[in-house]
Write a protein that binds this ligand. Structure first.
Ligand SMILES: [Zn+2]
Length: 480
């Protein structure tokens, strides 16, 4: 999308360079410079290569995780951000050990499988299997007592027209119905099982694994003719408390330094692949945003705070710790922009704070020339990335709505999430739109989002259909 704009932007870039000493006073010039600087000098793609190839999969609390933290801190420092630092937190750690999964057919079929994270340190079971479809709560209710003592088989996704059901909910339901194990069928072809956490806030009571789409759908066919066949799961993992560090840096506001606009992305990833799409892309887009705003001498009225979270993949531990450690300043957070698996941006989503919509629609209209649509601005609360920690605390949060190609997202959490899947154009587009968005929010006359009271948070979550999933994963703190 930039190619159409290159000439015009280059021209305005030249003009702006002539008055570079005044850019901090002239917002319109810095907005023009953002796009020009990113077109010509972006480090997003080379940073993504470093993060993917030199560091690779970076599980929180492992040596690779700590290397990634130091790498990010060094980037913030070299870009001249204010006060780059670590904010340490403790969390339950988990390290993948050995796993064998066998279906006891006459030939003993070995399945292509990986353990889900936060599974027990040791488990060895041999039991019958019961097919629970998508593992929607209604499907569990229908099977009821039949689940007891069996291994639940369910696929990624949900019943047609129903809300999405996260794997942590499916494992929780299987456990509550008395299952001895849980098998999740991956929904993308290529013999690539996907990992991911199966329990938030601790460890699951039952072994939970993911099998490839091909082996899972075979098992489903086989079960139809052989309902009594048994599966043997043998797993060993390492569990125990560990620590990780959120990486934080700022550009201090000139007029309202105590009011803060946060941009966050999780830096941690799974280790089967290189964590390029989940979430190298968000991490390096955030770093590029920081680089360009710092380099161009942006002087926002409010403070812009850049945070690379760790611990997201295990259950949002980094952002939860952040919200807890900063409880006294939550009311002053004007907006939290979360960048998780961002593709090519086309609009904005507000996570349940409808008061932010007029501003976001105006901003989208102003960015129409860069493919941002005001008609596609949405207000939809959601879970399972770091914005959730802020939403649950009453802080307005948003994301860039973006296109992530099937050839990119299908590999997330699997061995296929590697650097070759990345798009340089998408990274630069995301960084340009994010930088503009942050600056506009930081400079807005009125606060873009409003801090919600506890009752307002509850009502909004109910309205957005999130009470059931939050209850199942232990987050619902209200009585009704
Ligand atoms: Zn992610």
């Amino acid at each position: 999308m930039f190619n159409d704009k290159v000439k015009a932007t280059f021209y305005s870039l030249l003009l702006s360079i002539l008055i570079v000493s005044n850019i901090s006073a002239e917002d319109k010039d810095i907005y023009r410079l953002i796009f020009g600087e990113i077109i010509y000098n972006s480090e997003a793609y080379s940073n993504l290569r470093e993060l993917s190839d030199d560091i690779g999969g970076r599980v929180s609390g492992t040596e690779a995780g700590y290397r990634a933290e130091r790498w990010a801190l060094q980037k913030f420092t070299s870009y001249g951000l204010h006060n780059p630092h670590f904010e340490r937190f403790e969390m339950p750690g988990w390290k993948r050990g050995s796993l064998t999964v066998e279906v006891l057919t006459p030939g003993k079929k070995i399945l292509s499988a990986v353990a889900l994270a936060n599974t027990p340190s040791k488990a060895k079971i041999t039991d019958q299997i019961i097919d629970a479809g998508f593992g929607h709560p209604d499907e569990f209710a229908e099977l009821g007592e039949n689940i007891k003592g069996k291994i639940v088989l369910a696929e990624v996704g949900t019943l047609p027209g129903e809300r999405s059901v996260h794997r942590t909910e499916k494992v929780e339901l299987a456990t509550r119905y008395g299952a001895t194990g849980f098998v999740l069928i991956t929904n993308a072809p290529g013999n690539l099982p996907r990992t991911g956490t199966c329990k938030v806030g601790g460890y699951a009571d039952i072994p939970a694994i993911s099998v490839s789409s091909e082996h899972g759908t075979w098992l489903r066919r086989y079960l139809k003719d052989h309902p009594d066949v048994e599966m043997k799961i043998n797993m060993k993992n390492k569990t125990g408390m560990t620590h990780a560090n959120n990486i934080v840096a700022e550009i201090i506001g000139t007029e309202k330094p105590d009011e803060i606009v946060i941009v966050g992305a999780h830096l941690d990833s799974w280790e089967l692949g290189q964590g390029t799409i989940d979430n190298g892309v968000g991490s390096v887009s955030l770093l590029e945003t920081a680089r360009v705003l710092s380099l161009l001498g942006a002087k926002p009225k409010r403070t812009i705070r850049f945070i690379l979270f760790m611990g997201e993949e295990f259950g949002l531990y980094g952002s939860k710790a952040y919200v807890k450690q900063h409880s006294s300043e939550l009311e002053n957070i004007v907006m939290m922009l979360n960048m998780d698996m961002v593709g090519d941006p086309y609009s904005f989503n507000s996570y349940g704070h409808e008061e932010a919509l007029p501003f976001l629609k105006k901003l989208a209209a102003d960015l129409q020339g860069f493919g941002i649509s005001k008609d596609k601005v949405t207000n939809k609360a959601g879970l399972h990335s770091d914005h959730q920690s802020f939403t649950l605390a009453g802080v307005p949060a948003m994301s860039l709505r973006s296109t992530l190609d099937e050839s990119m997202w299908r590999y997330y959490h699997s061995a296929g999430d590697t650097f070759d899947k990345a798009s340089e154009t998408y990274l630069n587009n995301a960084a340009s739109i994010a930088a503009t968005t942050l600056l506009r929010i930081a400079n807005a006359e009125e606060r873009v989002g409003r801090f919600y009271s506890d009752d307002e948070i509850r009502d909004m979550l109910i309205e957005h259909g999130l009470k059931e999933p939050l209850s199942l994963t232990g987050y619902w703190r209200w009585k009704d």
